[in-house]
Design a protein around this ligand. Structure first.
Ligand code: ADP
Ligand code: ADP
Length: 226
């Protein structure tokens, strides 16, 4: 687990768009922080910079007390979950869960232990031998989360992970996410444009507008003093 600190972080894309503008944000060890705001406000860009998928144009980013501005994604020990799942279609659920660990040469008994644990936590045991095509959207999203969990990273980053699910499943998955976070206590940054999702999931919510931080507070305080 790790705290994540952004100090005056900027992102200027080629062509001059300032997508993130002087962002200051401290996410405590074990905290569930939601980044919320309208489309185009810079949420994904901020998350992608933390993941190391996008270069930082200015400012300082540290994870677990270490400045990571120039570290590649693989060296940051964080796992990202996307809205489009990115599962391997030709592999079973079990193989999808195990694949990242195999690449990292994790010993087989350790892989088995982690896959079993993640499957239990996410209710995926009945589906371990199925391929993604034979799963519902919610089940696929659980597999995607399982792949992040088995890595036992210092932090989770999630970019609109529920946006492809229908309303009923989104409500279920929110409850699962809350449970999962209570259980694992891993520092989490979650991007959404959905205010209800932000309020139900976040320990704190950071509201972005035009690449800048407008407010950051607990859901209760934001609700009482919008
Ligand atoms: P959000 O996730 O809040 O919808 P983004 O971070 O995707 O916002 O985008 C923030 C701004 O940066 C927008 O104006 C968007 O058009 C611009 N942008 C995003 N990605 C790129 C890119 N690869 N190149 C140039 N501009 C980009
Ligand atoms: P990690 O443990 O790093 O998350 P993954 O198993 O997610 O490893 O992915 C390993 C590599 O394969 C990454 O470069 C990723 O972008 C790529 N990848 C992930 N899913 C797919 C997919 N469905 N099809 C093709 N490539 C993928």
């Amino acid at each position: 687990m790790a705290e994540i600190v952004l100090e005056g972080v900027d992102k200027i894309y080629t062509g001059g768009v300032k997508a993130v503008d002087g962002l200051n944000l401290e996410i405590a060890d074990g905290e569930f922080m939601v980044l919320v705001g309208p489309s185009g406000c810079g949420k994904s860009t901020a998350l992608r910079m933390i993941a190391g998928l996008e270069e930082i144009s200015g400012g300082t980013l540290s994870i677990g007390g270490r400045v990571v501005n120039d570290l590649p994604p693989k060296s940051r020990d964080i796992a990202m979950v996307f809205q489009n799942y990115a599962l391997y279609p030709h592999m079973t659920v079990e193989q999808n869960l195990a694949f990242g660990l195999k690449l990292r040469k994790t010993p087989k008994p350790e892989i088995e232990r982690r896959v079993k644990e993640a499957a239990a936590m996410l209710g995926l045991e009945p589906y371990l031998k199925r391929k993604p095509a034979a799963l519902s959207g919610g089940q696929r999203q659980r597999v995607a989360m399982g792949r992040a969990i088995v890595r036992e990273p210092q932090a989770f980053l999630m970019d609109e992970p529920l946006s492809n699910l229908d309303a009923k499943l989104r409500v279920q998955m929110r409850a699962s996410l809350n449970q999962l976070h209570d259980r694992l206590g891993v520092t989490t940054i979650y991007v959404t444009h959905d205010q209800i999702e932000a309020m139900t999931l976040g320990d704190r919510v950071a509201v972005l507008k035009d690449g800048q931080l407008q407010q950051v507070d607990t859901p209760k305080n934001l609700f009482d003093h919008p």
